[in-house]
Design a binder for this molecule. Structure first.
Ligand code: ATP
Length: 513
């Protein structure tokens, strides 16, 4: 059994209607994608899992759906107008554009790959007696290589902190980093590039009427802090959760839906008493990790990564990284945002954004701990780990290869397929439609009569359907059907009356809450 490669994953998504390139008939639009009929079901299930576990399961977390357009001052206060920049660099020969920090990071990653190769070799050689930590700390070649990584990353972080673009350019030259496309070292200067898209309000264009497409959903929560608190009479600590689109004019947007210019975030801002933020930061860090594990994501595919460079608003920040097909990358961020946002909005708007704490008889601006996960990255993590090729016995007991998407049943876009054994037997088709009609009110299911039964099973495996229900001649005699399990391939005979309970029970999202 093996996971399919990244290219095959992308074509699988298109072939089966999970994800299409945006406006494909015009050759697509870079870093924009459309979710197809199965994609939208999977995406909705991910959102439902997040919403239920964050909002429904917490008495003190409530939901919000704020507008994408916000008063332009919002983005001045939040710091995005002045500081939401990435360092951009172009190669003069290839005319390709890059993020300067990403070029340096991939330089470090390449060295790390070499280190890992040495480690793997030694592990093979020494077997059970191998101590990786000791080996890394004592092997001369690894020590030298690790020094190079540390130097590159530390120097880069310092330059990023100081917004020193000349320093970044000098570092790229010093490390002799070449254009990954053409190998050239003919670089432009590094410039700051603001990631916010803008448009204008009404017919008259001018700086005054400049509107931004929100680069994060969080600000809609901050500006509504008091509206929500007063209307719900929540007491600290409490949270506001929101799912919605965000837009970033990413300099380099590759890797399919991992980095898009229009994407969806699931964010929750948790308002706490100042001084208690680290306690809640640790709480949400663990809670969010458990949320990922509950779906069956193996622990070794998830890891924490503390931020070296804290954003202007944060006093602590960690990413939950997932092992994507192209390596460990950020899937979710947990940030302790202090009182930065509420205070800035308070100052710029002149409106108080304070909480009256009856326990101490005092007004204050709460601190905030944020959890922020990209819905699309979550989608990619799930299909990436679920889609596999494996060898299974076919109907004659011979080995055959199948492509199967082993999604958690609660996330699967279609829960069950209903199939007559033969499509030209009227009585089987009639019985199948009856079963389908009974089932459809409980779970989302598909009726499928085309092709031989084996091919239909394979088709359902490829889209992750946990159950296939077959109506055969015995059904007409005794009101039973066979139910086939996607993962074990086991086929059981069950009563028609029990089918909907079996399927809905095992696909119920509540099983993982
Ligand atoms: P990165 O470092 O990968 O650019 P970020 O640190 O800028 O991400 P945050 O601002 O913390 O990301 O946003 C929260 C979440 O939103 C991320 O963890 C990610 O899942 C998602 N996200 C951010 N940018 C994108 C994007 N361009 N496309 C898809 N998802 C994104």
């Amino acid at each position: 059994m093996k996971n399919v490669d990244f290219k095959s994953l992308i074509s699988h998504c298109k072939e089966y209607g999970f994800i299409f390139p945006s406006s494909e008939i015009y050759d697509g639009l870079s870093a924009a994608y459309d979710y197809g009929p199965l994609g939208i079901e999977l995406k909705n299930n991910i959102k439902q899992y997040w919403w239920k576990s964050m909002v429904q399961m917490h008495q003190n977390i409530v939901g919000l759906d704020a507008a994408i357009f916000m008063h332009p001052k919002t983005w001045k206060a939040s710091g995005h107008v002045d500081a939401f920049n990435d360092p951009m660099i172009d190669n003069k020969d290839s005319k390709k554009r890059y993020r300067a920090d990403q070029l340096i990071e991939s330089y470090a990653e390449k060295i790390e790959t070499k280190i890992q190769k040495d480690v793997d070799k030694a592990a093979k050689k020494f077997g059970d007696s191998f101590e990786e930590k000791q080996f890394r700390e004592t092997n001369g070649r690894i020590i030298d290589r690790q020094k190079k990584i540390d130097y590159a990353i530390n120097t880069m972080n310092q330059h990023l902190k100081d917004a020193n673009m000349d320093g970044l350019k000098a570092l790229i030259e010093e490390l002799e980093i070449v254009d990954p496309e053409g190998g050239s070292r003919n670089w432009t200067d590094v410039r700051q590039f603001n990631l916010m898209f803008h448009t204008q309000l009404g017919a008259i264009a001018g700086e005054e009427d400049k509107l931004y497409l929100r680069p994060e959903t969080a600000q809609g929560i901050f500006v509504n802090f008091l509206n929500v608190q007063k209307s719900t009479r929540q007491k600290l600590p409490f949270g506001i959760a929101q799912i919605g689109k965000a837009f970033r004019n990413e300099i380099v947007a590759r890797q399919f839906i991992f980095r898009m210019r229009e994407f969806e975030q699931m964010e929750m801002q948790f308002f706490v008493k100042p001084g208690e933020e680290m306690k809640w930061y640790d709480y949400w860090k663990q809670t969010r990790l458990e949320w990922h594990k509950a779906l069956g994501t193996p622990a070794e595919n998830l890891r924490f990564h503390d931020h070296d460079n804290l954003a202007h608003y944060a006093n602590a920040a960690v990413d939950i990284e997932f092992k994507f097909p192209f390596g460990f990358r950020e899937l979710e961020g947990i940030h302790s945002r202090t009182d930065f946002d509420l205070k800035s909005h308070q100052e710029l708007s002149g409106k108080k954004l304070q909480y009256f704490d009856p326990t101490v008889n005092e007004n204050y601006v709460p601190y905030v701990v944020e959890t922020s996960i990209g819905c699309d990255r979550m989608f990619l993590s799930q299909i990436g780990q679920a889609l596999r090729e494996e060898t299974v016995p076919d109907a004659d007991g011979k080995d055959s290869t199948r492509t199967v998407m082993k999604l958690h049943p609660a996330l699967a876009p279609i829960k069950a397929a209903v199939m007559p054994l033969l499509k030209n037997k009227e009585e089987l088709v009639k019985a199948s439609t009856d079963v389908f009609d009974k089932l459809k009110a409980h779970v989302i299911c598909q009726y499928d009569e085309k092709d031989a039964i084996g091919r239909r099973y394979r088709r359902q495996d490829a889209i992750g359907t946990p159950y296939s229900i077959t109506i055969d001649f015995d059904t007409l005699e005794n009101n039973t059907v066979t139910i086939r399990d996607r993962d074990t391939l086991e086929q059981k005979r069950v009563k028609i009356d029990d089918v909907s309970k079996i399927v809905s029970d095992s696909c119920n999202i509540n099983n993982i809450l």
